[in-house]
Design a protein around this ligand. Structure first.
Ligand code: 13P
Length: 251
């Protein structure tokens, strides 16, 4: 049985005060929740303050990105060692905004996933198609390529550290959520592919989150689907009320 996993990706939002307020608010609101894994991914500069606010809670913390090299002369970058040092458990890899706004390639993302695992972080590998790719019936092809390239060279034992997040780009920040049928269809395809790449047992253990305008109103319907194991939440994760309502719906 896969334990539901909900993560809030705060993106380039909050400030020092609002980040710690959000974290403390969630810690208080979710203190009784044990049946759902919960994580928040604040901006780098607030990780330490958020870690403090979450210190006696059951909420984990992740970073939104990392670099694939160890510490050294890489101006502006952040290493796994640094993220672990400030209490991160998870790290996002290949979020669509990094792929399509910053220009990250599958090869770079694969290096990050590998480095995260070897450094002891749990990567959340994000995949998902653009609107024009969906309209051209290329969703499976795009997601397959992103998954195969993103997980290249990662063996069966190591892949268990990974969570996959399916985030159709056209649903991110648009208010236009994928229907639960659309989400389930791609999640089932991803799980089948993972079974081919690894085996059935591993595929059945790996968690696949859905992301893209997930909110309290559509949480129950999305989470009711067989292969939807969690949510990666943007906008609705920035408010204590909406994020905790989603988690309580699942718990
Ligand atoms: P929204 O929930 O704001 O659509 O963002 C989804 C997302 O990109 C989470 O990583």
């Amino acid at each position: 049985m896969r334990k539901p996993f909900i993560a809030g990706n705060w993106k380039m939002n909050t400030n020092c005060q609002s980040a710690t307020d959000l974290a403390s608010g969630l810690a208080a609101e979710l203190s009784e929740v044990t049946t759902v894994d919960v994580a928040v991914c604040p901006p780098f500069v607030y990780l330490q303050s958020v870690a403090k606010a979450l210190s006696s809670s059951n909420i984990s913390m992740g970073a939104q990105d990392m670099y694939f090299e160890g510490n050294g002369a890489f101006t502006g970058e952040i290493s796994t060692e640094m993220l672990k040092d400030v209490c991160c458990t998870y790290v996002l890899a290949g979020h669509s905004e990094r792929r399509h706004v910053i220009g990250e390639t599958d090869e770079l993302i694969n290096k990050k996933v590998k480095t995260a695992i070897s450094g002891g972080l749990l990567p959340i590998l994000c995949v998902g198609e653009l609107l024009e790719q969906r309209e051209a019936n290329k969703t499976d092809e795009v997601v397959t390529e992103q998954l195969k390239k993103g997980l290249a060279g990662i063996d069966a034992e190591k892949v268990l550290a990974v969570t996959i997040a399916y985030e159709p780009v056209w649903a991110i920040g648009t208010g236009k959520t994928a229907t639960s049928d659309q989400a389930q269809e791609v999640h089932a395809m991803i799980r089948k592919l993972l079974a081919e790449m690894y085996d059935e047992k591993i595929a059945s253990q790996l968690r696949i989150q859905y992301g893209g305008s997930a909110k309290p109103e559509n949480t129950a319907e999305l989470m009711a689907r067989a292969d939807v194991d969690g949510l990666l939440v943007g906008g609705a994760g920035l408010k204590v009320d909406s994020f905790s309502a989603m988690i309580k719906t699942i718990a």
